[in-house]
Every structure is written in C-alpha cells, then in structure tokens.
Design a binder for this molecule. Sequence first.
Ligand code: CO
Length: 134
Amino acid sequence: MIGRLNHVAIAVPDLEAASAMYRDALGGTVTEPVNLPDHGVTVVFVELDNSKIELLHPYGDDSPIQTFLDRNPAGGMHHVCYEVSDIFAARDRLKAQGARVLGDGEPKTGAHDKPVLFLHPKDFAGTLVELEQV
Ligand code: CO
C-alpha cells in the first residue's frame, strides 16, 4: 500500500541555522521558508534526488511543534511521510487493522497542497507517520 518515502520531517528550534547547516555544510538545495498557519508551522524543504527533508519550526501560539521542541529542545526527527495513491482506502484499511488516525480522521491539506493524514506513533514503532496522497 505505501509507496515512496515523500519526506522525513525534522523539528528545529532555529530554522535559519538549520537551513544554513543543510545548505552550507551538507551542500543541499534549500527552499525559502513558507508559513502554514493552518498547521502552526513554518517549513523549509531540502530537495534531495530521491526524497525531501522537511524542516519544521513553530508558527503562531498554539503550534504542535512547540510542544515537541519543549520535550526535545535541540530538535529531532518528527515524522516520516509515505505516499499512497488513495488516502481514503489507506485510512479505511488502517482503521480496520486497528491503527489510530489522528484528529477527526478526515484528510487535511498538507504542505504540498495534497491530502494528508497522520497515524498514531504508538501504533507504528514510536514514529509519527504521515500519509500523503499523490
Ligand atoms: Co510532513
């Protein structure tokens, strides 16, 4: 069911410093920051040949990323995102297997203007999983 790895997301306390590290030290192609108020995040993408790294920074007062950074002040891996061809079929299959879908269970529009869902980390080896329909 899952297809390509779309991105790995890393929460960072200093977006400029993290962008510079990926651009200057690692020599990556780094996008400009984009604010996503609906998700409470500012994102920068590092474009890789085979995938992307999504650098996440809190935006606004009620960001889920702030909660993560309070527990992990140096930042850390936040989630992995796998591509699926039909997000409703994927959701229904996962629910039938007992997996928990976060939020109200309905896909939301993600950072790439595509429908996404998040799955409970306790059901996936301690890792927050995002599914994106491509
Ligand atoms: Co993501």
